[in-house]
Write a protein that binds this ligand. Structure first.
Ligand SMILES: [Zn+2]
Ligand SMILES: [Zn+2]
Length: 265
């Protein structure tokens, strides 16, 4: 049972970029708001996962992005489904609201120009203003949707050699409860410890990979999360891990998210 002021999150998937889709989907989630669900990251498996949940993309109030990788930022399918279909089979011609910091949305807009720029409108007229007609771009680091506040914060995902790819975590707040969402990030324990110490933070969803640490990794590894103190790990739910290998003591953290799992926090 969800109470007003709880944050409700449904995982479309908790898999990594190379997941076998018979096992899991990309690490995308629906956040319930008073204006309808917000899709937090939209990989190319999001539409299939929503179909299995019986949720048409037309129900979405907005799509938010943490960074530009295919398992997080492939919204073309959802944009077309909202425009050319509907829950009853008829086209509803709905535009899609895309929300993210400008560092992400500007290049995404330029890329989408070539995918959805040219289309056929409800009168059957072929037009070339698809990017402006099918999508509402909202460049921001903070937005409130249906009573839920989303605040983007920078994380280090692919960084080094004086290069730092734009990547963000998201702080999600409803009432006096806050849930942290790491996005894709290498291990950066400072904000995790601060969040763990904040009594309003009920959960920290953190990416995790169980692959052995290797040169060139851009993710957080299980053995790194184990270096966090007990009180921080007790608020940690793993995501982006695909599956927990046999022999891993998952009791060391709060949980590991599964495809279609619902959290009410
Ligand atoms: Zn990813
Ligand atoms: Zn990534």
């Amino acid at each position: 049972m969800r109470y007003a002021g709880d944050v409700k999150i449904t995982f479309l998937g908790s898999g990594g970029a190379f997941t076998d889709f018979r096992q899991n989907y990309h690490n995308n989630a629906l956040v319930e708001t008073g204006a309808g669900p917000v899709l937090l990251d939209c990989g190319f498996t999001a539409a299939q996962s929503m179909r299995e949940l019986g949720i048409h993309p037309g129900a979405l109030s907005a799509v938010l992005f943490t960074h530009l990788h295919a398992d997080h930022a492939s919204p073309e399918q959802v944009i077309w489904e909202r425009y050319y279909s509907g829950p009853h089979g008829f086209p509803e011609f709905k535009p899609t609201r895309l929300v993210a910091p400008g560092e992400l949305l500007s290049p995404m807009k330029a890329s989408l120009e070539h995918y959805i720029g040219i289309y056929s409108d409800p009168t059957g007229t072929v037009r070339d203003d698809g990017v402006d007609s099918l999508v509402q771009f909202e460049h921001t680091r903070e937005v409130e949707i249906g009573g839920v506040r989303f605040q983007f914060f920078r994380v280090p995902h692919v960084h080094g050699n004086n290069i730092d790819k734009a990547a963000f975590g998201v702080k999600i707040t409803e009432g006096n409860k806050t849930v942290m969402w790491s996005g894709d990030t290498t291990f950066s324990p400072d904000w995790v410890r601060r969040a763990a110490d904040d009594p309003n933070v009920t959960q920290i969803f953190h990416e995790c990979t169980f692959f052995p640490h290797f040169r060139g990794t851009v993710h957080t590894h299980w053995n790194e999360l184990l270096t966090l103190p007990d009180d921080a790990r007790s608020k940690l739910t793993l995501m982006h891990h695909t599956a927990v290998p046999d022999g891993v003591d998952i009791e060391a953290v709060a949980d590991a998210a599964r495809r279609h799992q619902i959290f009410e926090l």
